[in-house]
Each structure stands twice: as C-alpha cells, then as structure tokens.
Design a protein around this ligand. Sequence first.
Ligand SMILES: Nc1ncnc2c1ncn2[C@@H]1O[C@H](COP(=O)(O)OP(=O)(O)OP(=O)(O)O)[C@@H](O)[C@H]1O
Length: 386
Amino acid sequence: MSIALYNPVSGDGSATQFFSDHVLPLLDKHNKSPALFAPTEHPGHAAELVASFLSAHPDSERVTVIVGSGDGTVHEIVNGVASLSSGKRDIELVLVPLGTANALYASLFPPSSSPQDPTSYRLLALHSFLASSSPRLLALAETSLASTTIYSAVVTSTALHASILHDSEALRKDMPGIERFKVAAHQNITRWYNASVVLRPPKPDGSVQVYDPATKSLIPYGKDAKLQGPFAYFLSTVNVDRLEPLFRITPLFSSIPPPPSTPSLDIAILRPLRDPAVSSAAQDDREIFAQKAGRVLGEAYNNGAHVNLRYAEDRQPVTDGDGEAVVEYFRCGGFEWIPDESDDRAHLLCADGAIFNIPPSGRTTCSAVASTRNGVRFSVYSQHLT
Ligand SMILES: Nc1ncnc2c1ncn2[C@@H]1O[C@H](COP(=O)(O)OP(=O)(O)OP(=O)(O)O)[C@@H](O)[C@H]1O
C-alpha cells in the first residue's frame, strides 16, 4: 500500500507542479496510484497525514510513503510515526527531492560530475521503487531531551551548526535558497560553546573509533572518550555523508561505510584549543580560529577534504601536515552533550533542521538505533542496480 505527499512550500515551491507534471503520471503509467495523495497544508501536517493513514490501516505492516519535500518534512514523518502507539511497521520512503538541502537524497544519489537533467535526477528514487528494488534500511539518531524523544534521519548537532539553523530560519523569507545558511554561518563563526561530551561505543558491541589522517583509516580511540570544550563545531550524522549536494561534512560514511547491521553516528568536531596558535578564549584568538574554521569547513565542499587537514609547523591547517588532526572525526554509537549552565547558546540542539533547547542544568543523549521505540523501521529507495 502506498501514499503520496508533497510539501508545496519546500525549496523553491515547485512541488505542486512537479507532482502533477511528473510523479503522478509515472505512478499512473505503472498502475501504482497511491491510496492517499495530498499536499501538506501546514507545519506538522505530513506527520498527521501519515499517522492517521497508519491508524486507519492497522494491519498494513509495510507502507510506502512517496514524499516530495526536503529533509524537514521527512523528519516530521519519522517523528509522527514514532509517537504512534501501534506496534511494528516497515515504512518505505520514496524521496522526491524538492526541498532546499535534500541531504538524505543527495547522499543516496550523489550528484555526478557530468551534467544531469534535473527532472530525471529528482525521479531516481521513484524509478527505483517502480522497478521493485529493495529499499535500504535507515539508521535513526534517537535523542533524549528532558522527557522528550526526538528522532533524526540526517543530522543531530549543537554548537555552530545549531546556531546557524537557529538564525537562518529568520532569514528564510528573504533567502529561500541555501544562501541563508552561509549568511547565518558568518554571523556565528567566532562563537565558542562551553560543554563537555562523552562518546559511547556502538551497540551491541564495538568501540569508539577515530579517524587517523596519517593512515586514512578509522582506528580504535584509545583515550578516555570524554572530550572537554570549548567547542566551535559539533555535528553528528546518520545515513548521510553530506548536508547539501556538495557539502560532504562526514565523508567517511560513504568512503569507509559502517556495517549496515550496527547503527552508528559519524561525528565531526572542531575544538579551538587544539589549535597550537590559540591559547585562550580572548577575542583575538577567536578571530584567528574563526578564519581557520571557515577555511576548514569550506574544505567539506572540496569532496570532504577537511578530514585530512593537520596542523603544520607554522600552525596552519594543511593536507600534508604532520601535526594533530584539525577536525576530530569519530564513529560511535552515541554521545552525551553536557552544556555549561552559563552558556545559553550551548543549549541549542538541531535535529534535522528543527531547533530544540536543552533545559537549564540539563544535558542530552543521542544514540544510533535501528528502529523507533514503538517498533517502526524506516527504509529508503536508493540506487537501482540493473
Ligand atoms: N503548507 C505548508 N505551509 C507552511 N509550511 C509548511 C507547509 N507544509 C509543510 N510545511 C513546513 O515546511 C518546512 C520545510 O519543509 P521541507 O523540509 O520539506 O523543505 P526545506 O526546508 O526547503 O528543505 P530541507 O529540509 O531539505 O532544507 C517543514 O518544517 C514543514 O513543517
């Protein structure tokens, strides 16, 4: 059984047209007309539509949801289904990337270097579904925040990334494209976040791993898995190696893929006090580090080259340096983020673009899981191998 939803305001607002011109005719042609077809009418509506469809069809264990949107709408669907009381379900997502960033889709279907027809590119997952491929299981990042549980299918972050998402929402009306993220990044680049982090190994067994740029491999993290701030950047992903088509912030997810049977998080961290040129939190040191952080994160657009940067003797980040890694890159089962009570900004948490506040004196834990607590598994249609 399948349903089809689209968000008419996601991305550049072209979903209505795209569904009537391309998606519905294709479904009709293959005799796969959905049991429900609807635009979302307000924030949260996608979750309501899927949840009420599932409640009305308690015996449908496997339901396909064709969704024309960005990552935010997918996030709403995952969390809406996770809050249902009914038991085990398999939800298969057919993504039609019509949002701004489309991180999940761009990771499943990395843009190729040769020119690609944009319409055909957006229909790749739908064709995979129509060709009866097997969908790929998604991991979820399960975050506990006070008494709330939040699931992310793409990113869970604090520090700079959460600040960017928090501030960029105010810019959405004037800047509907990804440009608003760059403006918000500029506004926040000198900020540091006081917190500590504990990294947890993957379940049921495994160890916290760290990327070693010298050997270009993930190795067991021998040290104490507690990291002391301040942090400039702290971002974890599941299922993706990028947050935009070309911003490969966690490239090892695709270049050294984790075993599909063990859900894990890839985490990229920048801690300013690891920079040999930075000795205090004074404004001068923040400016010095901000310039480097901007350059280092910019290397994520260079096919994820930031993970191989190391401090050179002149304290600059370079690819052939022999000092410490500039970016700390971990693969683990989860983390605990403990913000300093006095640092309000360190209390911001981003889950797939949605912003949450960690309560005063609170902390948050995030773990990679294979299904929601109520027993729902999600999968996505990806490359169709012929
Ligand atoms: N009819 C509607 N009017 C206003 N907002 C809506 C409507 N339908 C859905 N939304 C909201 O639009 C938000 C953005 O949606 P979506 O994630 O699909 O696109 P995006 O933000 O452009 O893309 P991405 O998340 O990939 O950057 C969602 O959080 C959702 O709550």
